[in-house]
Design a protein around this ligand. Structure first.
Ligand code: PLP
Length: 388
């Protein structure tokens, strides 16, 4: 007999659901760690049916079942779908729209996705407008004028960590007939639950905190309702084929078992760093939603559950050359792109984003990991202390 039935798992604390992968054990051996299903195809019954309930692995894979169910449980979602990357997950939402639909996209967001949205909208025949994601008034005015089918939200948003009020954005969307999709990669399912705040779809680059070990590229969508749009998204994944390999899905499931511990430590480390360097003579800004002077702090305090994420940015008073020199001098932080892993990463963001960047040239983005915070603070201190 199973020690936890599927009926009572949602009543357990999140830490318990995460640590046990929803407490699922797999028949016939009752494996505590679910097996990796490598088969790409499944035998049909003599009557032509599918007695195992599966047809072909481009549609889905039993290895997805555990992580999809856990993410749906954490997000309070009707269903979740894994994808081969965060980009593929976001792309599926756009590909499920119709020619002629309008979309509103934040001006400040993960640049790779914003670029793809703009390029795709042009060729797919979507009308796309950018809104100022630090201003609900701008969002409301553009939503009233453009009557978008979709409002995309990223909060906290790369790389300045602007905060969008999801409940207010969802209310604007309801009044103007739009749906809201939230890239909640930085907030994780532990700090913000966009669907409970009125959003329709939540997306994560599972490459980041969900997996947490810089060894899997993956994405996920979760939905408030198993409606027509969700069925089109499911069709996009199954037919477009942006599916995750079963080994990667299994690695993701393993990474997720420590999600709550990793996120808590990364957030606490980030808060300690932000507090320590706020007002430092060499810095013009420490951008972190947990600091009371961050423009989105009040909203973040309402919609994030007592912690503010593991991402922050430093702006060097002496400009781009100082930002590059600071990054070059870090020893404990690794100079690399990406975020949300156990190791701390730093990057001079504008040079990663290229000539079309809107990122200030003096900004260094930090993804704070789970190392001892004194080593991280000491590293930043020594890199700031040296003459440029
Ligand atoms: N969303 C955010 C906030 C990201 O930081 C990234 C990647 O850096 C993505 C989406 C894209 O995810 P992936 O790299 O898994 O395709």
């Amino acid at each position: 007999m199973l020690s936890v039935t599927m009926d009572d798992t949602d009543k357990l604390h999140r830490a318990t659901r995460i640590a046990q992968g929803l407490g699922r054990v797999a028949p016939p051996y009752l494996d505590v760690v679910p097996p990796i299903h490598v088969s790409t195809t499944y035998e049909r019954g003599a009557d032509g049916g599918y007695p195992g309930g599966r047809i072909y692995a481009r549609a889905d894979n039993p290895t997805y079942d555990g992580p999809e169910a856990l993410i749906a449980s954490l997000e309070g979602a009707a269903a979740a779908l894994l994808f081969s990357s965060g980009q593929a997950a976001a792309a599926a939402v756009f590909q499920a729209l119709q020619h002629g639909d309008n979309v509103l996209v934040p001006r400040n967001m993960y640049w790779g996705l914003r670029k793809w949205f703009i390029d795709f909208a042009r060729t797919w025949g979507l009308g796309l407008d950018l809104y100022d994601n630090a201003s609900l008034d701008d969002l409301a005015a553009k939503a009233r004028a453009r009557r978008p089918r979709l409002i995309w939200v990223e909060t906290p948003a790369n790389p300045t960590w602007d905060i969008t009020d999801i409940a207010a954005a969802s209310s604007i969307a309801r009044q103007t007939g739009a749906i809201v999709a939230v890239d909640s990669t930085v907030a994780t399912p532990l700090l913000t639950r966009p669907l409970a705040l009125g959003a329709n779809i939540v997306m994560h680059s599972a490459t980041k905190y969900l997996n947490g070990h810089s060894d899997v590229v993956a994405g996920v969508l979760a939905t408030a309702a198993d409606d027509d749009l969700w069925q089109r998204i499911r069709y996009v994944r199954g037919s477009g084929g942006a599916v995750l390999g079963p080994v990667e899905a299994s690695l993701l499931a393993r990474g997720m078992r420590t999600l709550h511990l990793r996120v808590a430590t990364a957030c606490d480390n980030a808060m300690a760093i932000a507090t320590r360097f706020h007002g430092h003579a060499r810095l013009s800004h420490v951008l972190y939603p947990g600091l009371p002077d961050h423009p989105g702090h009040e909203t973040a305090a309402r919609q994030m559950s007592a912690r503010y994420g593991g991402m922050l940015s430093l702006r060097l008073r002496d400009g781009e050359a100082a930002a590059r020199a600071f990054t070059a001098r870090l020893r404990v932080f690794k100079r690399a792109t990406s975020l949300g892993s156990v190791e701390s990463l730093a990057e001079h963001r504008a040079s990663v984003e290229g000539p079309a960047t809107t990122c200030p040239a003096d900004l260094v983005r930090l993804s704070v990991g789970i190392e001892h915070v004194d080593d991280l603070i000491g590293d930043i201190e020594q890199a700031l202390a040296q003459a440029y």
